[in-house]
Design a protein around this ligand. Structure first.
Ligand code: ZN
Length: 311
């Protein structure tokens, strides 16, 4: 039983329209689900991904309108590392982001930048056997598109405190100083810890949690392993598009284990993912009111490229 890398990463935005513009237009990801917070349906839960909304390229945002900027600190993820195809792709993004007024920096072979609310990203030309998970946008050629998550970087006072849970219960392999990889049959993903005791503050532009991908039938067994390791997971929660279990790992990072299905086409056709507001069944009767209350978002269809053969 192995985890299949990173399933999704969830962060916080205080400005949903600008968030859509940045991730769907500038970065060229597909808005694969426009849903609401299951605890507060008057705010969005936005999901970006590749064409299929596959686990491995799924960045999601809780909207807290007007939320103050947060700062990543101990026990928090401070950087999301994406795979890109080549050094040429890094050059493409340097130019594209620069043209959008986004400050970038070269770090080794990678490009580092922050989203409009300060969430840090790294684009890394990393050669892995994993299938590239690509979205088709008007302005980003396929060869330069983001290919899915490679890793995250998190702050901890001491990476060693996480070793036993990662290697024991969760089956991660050590890859270097403060670095572990979860690699399954299809995909792999890593977490890298940077030493820091400075407390952070949650808010706009910070990561809320990271989910690791489990095969559909394995989730209960994973949960039991986490319990046996002394962590305190939630019960299995039905998120409609996948099923989830949450717990904090010893460094303080909020982990989720999420099933690889059923997927984002469970409540709308794959061709029009993310175009209509998706509501959990118990909120469906409030649709008209919610559509009035929720912040209007840009129409992402103008940024989408038709799939070959369909137009
Ligand atoms: Zn999640």
């Amino acid at each position: 039983m192995k985890l299949e890398g990173i399933h999704h990463i969830t962060a916080i935005t205080g400005d949903a329209p600008r968030n859509v513009d940045f991730y769907a237009r500038v970065l060229g990801l597909r808005l694969v689900k426009k849903s609401v917070n299951q605890d507060d349906p008057t705010v969005y839960h936005l999901f970006y991904g590749d064409e299929q909304g596959a686990p491995g390229n799924d960045l999601t945002f809780f909207e807290y309108p007007g939320a103050r900027p947060g700062r990543a600190g101990a026990g928090m993820i401070h950087r999301i590392v994406w795979r890109v195809g080549s050094a040429d792709s890094v050059g493409f993004w340097e130019e594209r982001l620069g043209g959008e007024g986004v400050t970038t920096a070269r770090e080794g072979e990678s490009l580092v930048f922050a989203d409009p609310e300060g969430l840090e990203h790294e684009l890394a030309p990393i050669d892995v056997p994993d299938a590239p998970l690509v979205a088709r946008s008007v302005d980003v050629p396929d060869e330069h598109a983001l290919r899915g998550f490679d890793s995250v970087r998190a702050y901890t006072p001491d990476p060693e405190t996480s070793r036993a849970l990662l290697e024991g219960a969760l089956g991660f392999e050590p890859r270097g100083e403060g670095e572990w990889e979860a690699r399954g049959e299809q995909r792999g993903g890593r977490i890298v810890y940077d030493q820091s005791s400075t407390p952070g503050s949650p808010g706009a532009g910070t990561v809320h949690h990271i989910a690791w991908a489990t095969r559909m039938d394995d989730q209960t067994a994973w949960r039991e392993r986490v319990v046996d390791a002394g962590a305190h997971p939630t019960p299995v929660i039905d998120r409609y598009y996948f099923r989830s279990v949450y717990f904090r790992e010893p460094s303080g990072v909020l982990f989720e284990l999420a099933t690889m299905g059923p997927g984002f086409d469970v409540d709308e056709p794959m061709e029009t993912l993310g175009e209509r507001l998706a509501l959990p069944p118990n909120y469906e009767s409030f649709r008209e009111r919610l559509e009035q209350v929720l912040t209007p978002l840009p129409d992402t269809r103008a940024w989408r490229r038709a799939t070959a053969g369909t137009s």
